[in-house]
Design a protein. Structure first.
Length: 158
């Protein structure tokens, strides 16, 4: 029985992580599992904008992955949820882009957001707070994990 691909949102840190010694292996396996259709990747205009300032190698990886991914639009609903996160002080306004990533993934029905951002996204306290706001605002809770926690180790022979 074939299983449906996991609908996953990757923030910009996952693309950069592919070229960081500490995060490269898990990031590359994550993107291979996107290519093999185990994961259905959802991207956003904010990721595209942030990638435009990244090194060329990161931009090339993004272009190759974006061509096989869904790029979901920035909507008023996404901005409204981002604002709810900011009003709840999950992150300060200085890190509004991080809240926007989580809002984008939540509004567009992703099961998980994948990130290497341990300070503002993949953090025990933040995850609970994001999901409390999601529930209050009528959205499903979302898994918030590192690529290392999402990849299928069995299919990679790891």
């Amino acid at each position: 029985m074939a299983t449906r691909p996991i609908r996953a949102y990757a923030d910009t840190s996952v693309f950069g992580g592919a070229f960081d010694e500490e995060f490269a292996r898990a990031s590359h396996i994550f993107f291979e599992q996107v290519r093999s259709s185990r994961l259905r990747l959802v991207l956003s205009p904010i990721v595209e904008e942030e990638i435009s300032d990244a090194p060329d190698e990161v931009g090339k990886l993004y272009a190759s992955i974006a061509s096989i991914s869904e790029v979901a639009p920035l909507t008023a609903e996404v901005v409204r949820l981002q604002e709810a996160y900011l009003e709840a002080s999950i992150v300060g306004r200085r890190w509004a882009a991080d809240a926007l990533h989580v809002a984008h993934a939540s509004v567009h029905g992703c099961q998980v957001i994948v990130s290497w951002n341990f300070k503002h996204i993949v953090h025990y306290d933040k995850v609970a707070m994001y999901n409390a706001i999601n529930t209050r605002e009528g959205f499903s809770p979302i898994g918030i994990h590192t690529p290392q926690e999402v990849i299928d180790y069995e299919s990679e022979g790891l």
